[in-house]
Design a protein around this ligand. Structure first.
Ligand code: HEC
Length: 138
């Protein structure tokens, strides 16, 4: 099954970080797919995704914020200068308006670190993963 295979890949990538990082949350892409239903109220992902209430999230990991073609971002997001690596996604998905005050993303954020890690693992299944660290530390 496709998701399970990707999960193993993500876990393998995450495993490389374990030696360097004592505290890691390894994302479960399969659970991330379930959680993504909340994002799917506004976002599409996959090879044929179109902009919706929010921008296409295909390949978002490693992408510079506010650069998906044809989407009208808030000026706050355009000014943010963020590159969506693990650390920034972690902050954003816990508290979007704290990381990017004035963002028009109407999602309050996840409370659980594991939920964030799971959704990010799911996002990584789509498009290039330029950040090699599927891990997070705190
Ligand atoms: C209620 C609608 C809504 C929901 C739900 C939502 N988003 Fe968003 N999201 C947006 C909007 C609108 C933007 C554009 C924000 C801006 O321009 O300030 C955005 C932007 C983003 C960005 C930045 C994209 C870029 O190209 O810079 C990421 C990453 C993101 N969302 C991830 C998520 C994830 C993951 C979830 C689910 C956990 C989620 N969003 C849930 C509406 C939503």
């Amino acid at each position: 099954m496709k998701l399970a295979a990707a999960l193993i890949t993500v876990a393998a990538i995450a495993g490389q970080g374990v030696a360097a990082n004592a505290a890691v949350t390894i994302g479960n892409a399969e659970h991330g797919a379930v959680l993504f239903k909340q994002c799917a109220a506004c976002h599409r992902i996959g090879p044929h995704a179109q902009n919706n209430v929010g921008p296409v999230l295909t390949g978002v990991v490693g992408r510079r914020a506010a650069t998906y073609p044809g989407y009208s971002y808030s000026s706050a997001m355009k000014r943010s200068g963020i590159v969506w690596n693990d650390a920034e996604l972690d902050k954003f998905l816990h508290a979007p308006r704290k990381l990017v005050p004035g963002t028009k993303m109407g999602f309050l954020g996840f409370k659980r670190n594991q939920d964030v890690a799971d959704v990010v693992a799911y996002l990584k299944m789509f498009g290039p993963v330029r950040s090699k660290t599927a891990t997070r530390s705190k």
